[in-house]
Design a binder for this molecule. Structure first.
Ligand code: DX5
Ligand code: ZN
Length: 216
């Protein structure tokens, strides 16, 4: 059985109680933090100062998903705020090769995200530089959207690309992940599941995380 990493997405938390909301999901090994700029995506969330303020309240790896343009000027601030992983969008990084190298030079794991309209081939030349590949299963910008099953063949294709690379790359999915859709993505090869509403929408956070972990 593949082991599944669940990463609760703080975007769906109650922003008036962020510390408690972070602590409520402490059983999850990763915490997913969505940084949005109202430019690359049509919504604004939070940035490095909020991430830094939360850093001391959990041992979880901070998995930061940057949906901002330009992204390069904010990599260092994101790392300094306490990010363990920094994921950037391939659509949004004209020199993505350099961007990924910069993330690694800051001591973080490097992730690359693909929007629903982006083909798997878009990342074929950076497979040696990525530690995480994040397939968006909704159009980025908002929580609570419906899962796009059209992305399943892409997950399968990228899973194959990872095997061929021989590298230890985490294949992640983000958007509309719940106990019904999670098993479809795991079947296609996903090993990390980002979930906002499916976790923060439940009063029993432990049970919600377990329900996703059981997706295999
Ligand atoms: C969407 C974000 C997601 C979002 C997922 O742009 O990248 O991480 O929080 O939310 P749910 O799980 O509610 O679809
Ligand atoms: Zn995200």
């Amino acid at each position: 059985k593949p082991s599944i990493i669940v990463a609760p997405s703080l975007l769906a938390a109650d922003f008036a109680r962020l510390k408690d909301e972070v602590e409520s999901v402490s059983r999850a090994p990763w915490l997913h933090l969505d940084v949005m700029d109202g430019h690359f995506v049509p919504n604004i969330s939070f940035g490095p100062s909020v991430i830094a303020a939360l850093r001391k309240h959990t041992k979880a790896k901070f998995d930061v998903h940057l949906m901002i343009a330009p992204v390069d000027p904010y990599l260092e601030a994101t790392a300094k705020a306490g990010a363990d992983h920094i994921t950037v969008h391939v659509e949004n990084a004209p020199h993505v090769h350099r961007t990924l190298q910069t993330i690694r030079s800051l001591g973080c794991k490097a992730g690359i995200a693909l929007c629903p309209a982006t083909p798997p081939e878009a990342i074929s030349e950076v497979m040696d530089l990525v530690d995480i590949i994040l397939v968006m299963t909704v159009n980025p910008g908002f929580g609570g959207q419906s899962f796009l099953a059209s992305q399943l063949p892409k997950i399968k294709k990228i899973s194959q690309m990872i095997k061929e690379s021989g590298r230890d790359i985490v294949l992640a999915v983000d958007g509309g992940i719940d106990p019904k859709t999670a098993p479809l993505t795991v079947e296609a090869g996903a090993r990390m599941l980002v979930a906002g509403s499916a976790i923060y929408g439940q009063s029993d956070r432990d049970a919600a995380i377990r329900a996703l972990q059981g997706a295999d």
